[in-house]
Design a protein around this ligand. Sequence first.
Ligand SMILES: [Fe+2]
Ligand SMILES: [Fe+2]
Length: 253
Amino acid sequence: MKLIVVISDLQMPLENRRANRSLINFIGDRQPDEVINIGDITDYQAPSRWSAGTRAEFGMTVQEEAAYTRKNHIEPVRARYDGPYVLLGSNHGERPLKYLVEKAPALGGAEEYREDKLLHLGDYGMKFEPLSYDFAPNWTAMHGHSKGISLSRVAGGTAMNAARKVQKSVVMGHTHRAGIVSETTGMGASRTLTGVEVGHLMDLAKADYLGPARLANWQSAFGLFYVDGPMVTPHIVPVHRNGQFIVEGERYK
Ligand SMILES: [Fe+2]
Ligand SMILES: [Fe+2]
């Protein structure tokens, strides 16, 4: 059967470095059939609306951050794993392009700031899916930032709301929460939809925007999916603050 690794919200350069390295070791050791990165791989702080008019906006860090993501995640993954790696579109990923289109539409040439171009995904043999990606029967992956998905405070609840909307089970990131929620409807030949949120891989100490207390209902984790024909089994793997995690009785560091 297939093993698919789903990771989300590294928000580089605000990532948990040790978690990133443990994951790269895991991917290198286990050689999954596919890796799905569900977005917010790079933070792109400068072109955010929160940075408007502040020093951060004038830091011109977009290319720098993209280069950091290539050097510290994409290249080390590719050094150990050359299987399928798909990146999904996300709100942070869209920031540079959106900023350019909104603030300097006359210049054109905005495609250069599309996320797949900034990260040179083609050079690394990686695919880019801007909206959603059907990766298994009756399952789709999406970042979770699109309009019309109502947020839930309960981990997995937002993905469940999305699943109800698209009438497929959904795995997503964006909420930075980690959980699995299912709902079964209909009598007799009933149907179960599942929503999975795979958590984040940030280092909260680096996230100044959370304020000094770093208060957030967020969980550090990633997802594993076993797919055997129509049977799909999702798992959440919690990631400890030291970047370590356990899969099937084995500890990765
Ligand atoms: Fe995020
Ligand atoms: Fe997001």
